[in-house]
Design a protein around this ligand. Structure first.
Ligand SMILES: [Zn+2]
Length: 252
């Protein structure tokens, strides 16, 4: 991805720290960094309530000492991300059917860590973990990344069928015709259309899972990569493949 850049290498060390350290950092930030005055309590509670009742999206506590939400804007952006996914799918009922169960979003007060969607079995905090970092780089980045993480949740719940199928259907893999038994390996460079994002270093090239999350997110929310004319948009054929796959999930 072009902007914002990944955190500097030394900060990435945090990613490797065990959950205990994460919890400690969370506690420290809760004690020293919270700015509760920026939360408009009735509005924050209304957004959380709407996410829960309309979309079955459960966000962690929005008020009180355990809340890591720093502003009502963070909740607005989270809500926009969910609404944009629902718009692409056809509406709130289609969103709930496609997600096939509640989505838990945990807001943790951790500064230098990207938001993430842990695979099933490692999702003690939530299906999606939203960090300060996620919200510290502007509205478009925050919304885009939440959509990207929702893409990962869909993929985990399909047991990676989505990411495998979409990379196969868009040709994002290399197969050896001489040795068909070996199978194919993921290769975004082989795709029928360039992957969305930075043309020199597309994040989608990292793995089939990231490829899926990126083509999903840029189909749902093209606004983010469109900010910079140097970025590739998602190609029309790729976008159609994503939409057809999502429709197929509801038919199952
Ligand atoms: Zn990802």
């Amino acid at each position: 991805m072009t902007a914002p850049p990944a955190p500097p290498r030394r900060r990435r060390l945090l990613v490797a720290l065990p959950l205990a350290a994460l919890a400690l950092a969370a506690l420290a930030s809760t004690l020293y960094l919270r700015r509760p005055e920026e939360i408009q309590i009735p509005r924050a509670e209304a957004i959380a309530e709407q996410l829960r009742t309309v979309f079955e999206v459960h966000v962690s506590e929005v008020v009180g000492p355990a809340s890591a939400w720093r502003s009502t804007a963070e909740l607005e952006w989270t809500s926009t991300a969910v609404e944009r996914v629902a718009d692409t799918l056809g509406g709130p009922p289609e969103f709930r059917t496609t997600m096939a169960g509640p989505v838990r979003m945990a807001r943790v007060p951790v500064p230098e860590l990207r938001a993430f969607a842990p695979p099933m079995g490692q999702d003690v905090l939530g299906d999606i973990v939203l960090t300060d970092y996620n919200f510290d780089h502007g509205q478009n980045y925050a919304i885009y990344l939440i959509v990207h993480e929702i893409g990962h949740v869909l993929d985990w719940r399909s047991h990676k069928h989505l990411s495998q199928a979409v990379s196969a259907e868009t040709g994002a893999r290399r197969c050896d015709p001489e040795n068909p038994s070996i199978g194919c390996v993921f290769d975004a460079g082989q795709a029928v259309e360039p992957p969305p994002g930075n043309p020199d270093k597309p994040y989608a090239a990292v793995s089939s899972e990231e490829y899926w999350a990126e083509v999903f997110a840029s189909t749902v929310y093209p606004d983010y990569y469109q900010q910079n004319a140097a970025n590739n948009p998602v190609g029309p054929q790729t976008e159609q493949t994503v939409k057809t796959r999502l429709q197929g999930m509801r038919a199952e």
